[in-house]
Design a protein around this ligand. Sequence first.
Ligand SMILES: *Cc1c(COP(=O)(O)O)cnc(C)c1O
Length: 239
Amino acid sequence: MTDRRDELAANLAHVEERIASACAAAGRKRDDVTLIVVTKTYPASDVRLLSELGVRHVAENRDQDAAPKAEACADLPLSWHFVGQLQTNKVRSVTSYADVVQSVDRAKLVTSLSTSVVRAGRELGCLIQVALDAESGERGERGGVAPDGVDELAALVAGSPGLRLDGLMTVAPLAGPYAGRQQAAFERLMEISSGLRAAHPAANMVSAGMSADLEDAVAAGATHVRVGTAVLGVRPRLG
Ligand SMILES: *Cc1c(COP(=O)(O)O)cnc(C)c1O
């Protein structure tokens, strides 16, 4: 039986190599890109091993799984990112452990997050999730606000107590004009980010790219990549 620690170390080294080559190819510094390991569906023991191997950012997409894991790993020097669609009835739980919510996509969620973090005496980083395939005024199938809704939502986050506007997140669309065109999708996200930074200079995080397309995201200018499968293995169930 392979030792899980060795397996994770080898996978991490491979992902690190991919990020470093993508940075070199794009003329970017390796330090400009942060790896976030998406640990959804994997146990707290894996999170602990990853932490020992030097990982500093982890992400989860379901509060039911994330809350007990974050509690079991509370002693580790980790930043927790929430990247899944977030219902307001889960906000109180998520704001007890998350450092960043990357899936902010509607006004009601912003209000709820703000109330909850203020009550908890914490601060929360927020990324606006952009659905590049959503029509004006609509939300994406996997969450996210249409590109023309970003400015209004960003202003709301920036003006909400306890919330810090950190930037943008996207998942490359599976359908629509960007289907199969990851790099074009990520370049579009960078354009939206430039517009956002003109009004909010500190909101310079751009979270894009997963196991299959992290090179495209780094080439486009992403500051954060979210990698699950390539580090932990193929997930046992959809998540
Ligand atoms: C699961 C997930 C990822 C990681 O996907 P992989 O293909 O396993 O690397 C990244 N971002 C979000 C929002 C996810 O839900």
